[in-house]
Design a protein around this ligand. Structure first.
Ligand code: ZN
Length: 377
């Protein structure tokens, strides 16, 4: 059996800034403003833009892989094939959910929304599963390349169900875990500023508690499959917790977060949607991602091969970025190394001519109205 590996655990080489004078923030803002002006741009975003919302990134500032030693994301095969793996996954996800639910979009998402309204950004392709684009700019088309945590989906009937009521069911089925979670929240254990006692939420919205009794965790089956089962293929206990049939390896009625796990193919629909958006655009602007996953890398590569403008705003090196700046690059090029919020906020102000304070106030109101993943439906 081939053991699937997480790609690119080593840092990428540092970038060469382009244009070379864009090493100050005003120059970087001017370069990005020129890049976006009067063009139709697609954005490709990654975990780097959600750090300001308090969510973890897989990579450190300079592109190093910084997962803690004990943490390894679950692979699809493990989840689909093992009841024990699912218990462990859902227990950790149960504990990580409040952090995810309470997180809010940040100034980068707001700037993206503004750029959509200004007519220079036509589409967003994101690798993030936090739903921030979805809630922050519902009118600007967004493709969630790796799915979303706001829903769970059934491996059998592919029905989708919102995560919030699912969390309530997990709490009902696991009262001791629910008590633990409540206490942890009350003592501020999830507060990232409380370094001594904090419980760390991983980028996929789950939490690792070494030694926790994962094997006792219970989770429900797909309600639709349960309702339709006439021959007892989906079994539950008296409280409604799923009892997979022993030894038959059946995946009937198994619910999974609606995200692409490692070792799983990304949705064909998302892939096509992203390709079409890039096909119709003049520029691609990469934001807050090192393009380590192939699905994201191939989008940037396609834009380069098509002769489109390719811009990158990222702290730290990006996979194979030399290619985009090679002598056969036909479109415009920019490479900026500042926080995306600083750069895009400045670009919006340049392009819109709006008074800075008025824009900040309007954006704060929008974030409040938008809420977070929990309100994304
Ligand atoms: Zn189902």
């Amino acid at each position: 059996m081939v053991v699937p590996r997480i790609p690119y655990t080593l840092p990428f080489p540092p970038p060469t800034i382009y244009p070379s004078h864009a090493v100050t923030l005003p120059a970087a803002i001017a370069a990005v403003t020129d890049f976006l002006h009067s063009r139709n741009t697609v954005l490709l975003t990654g975990a780097g833009i959600s750090i300001e919302s308090g969510l973890a990134d897989y990579r450190g500032e300079k592109g190093t892989y910084r997962l803690n030693n004990k943490y390894r994301p679950i692979f699809f095969g493990e989840f689909a094939g093992s009841h024990e793996s699912r218990k462990r996954y859902w227990a950790r996800s149960f504990l990580g959910w409040p952090t995810m639910e309470n997180a809010r979009p940040n100034r980068t998402h707001m700037a993206v929304s503004n750029l959509g309204e200004l007519g220079v950004v036509s589409h967003v392709v994101t690798q993030n599963v936090d739903s921030f684009h979805h809630v922050c700019h519902p009118k600007l088309p967004t493709t969630e390349l790796h799915g979303t945590l706001r829903t769970v989906t059934c491996l059998t009937c592919h029905s989708e169900h919102p995560r919030i009521p699912f969390q309530k069911t997990l709490a009902r089925l696991n009262p001791k875990w629910a008590d633990f979670l409540q206490t942890a929240i009350e003592v501020g254990a999830f507060n990232k500023n409380n370094r001594e006692e904090s419980i760390k939420t991983n980028p996929d919205g789950d939490v690792d508690l070494p030694g926790a009794p994962y094997t006792k965790f219970r989770y429900p089956p797909c309600p639709k499959c349960l309702e339709e089962t006439h021959n007892g293929t989906v079994l539950i206990d008296n409280d409604g917790a799923h009892i997979p049939k022993p030894d038959d390896g059946s995946m009937k009625g198994i619910l999974k977060p609606n995200v692409t796990f490692f070792g799983e193919s990304i949705s064909e629909i998302a892939k096509k949607e992203a390709s079409k958006a890039v096909e119709e655009a003049d520029n691609l602007l990469v934001l807050g991602t090192s393009l380590a996953t192939y699905s994201a890398w191939r989008i940037a590569k396609a834009a380069h091969e098509k002769g489109m403008g390719v811009g990158i705003i990222n702290l730290g090196g990006v996979r194979g970025e030399d290619l985009f700046f090679s002598s056969d690059a036909r479109g415009e090029r920019i490479r900026i190394e500042f926080a995306s919020g600083d750069v895009l906020g400045g670009v919006v102000k340049e392009l819109s001519g709006i008074d800075h304070k008025a824009l900040d106030t309007a954006n704060e109101d929008t974030v409040k109205r938008a809420g977070g993943i929990g309100l994304g439906g």
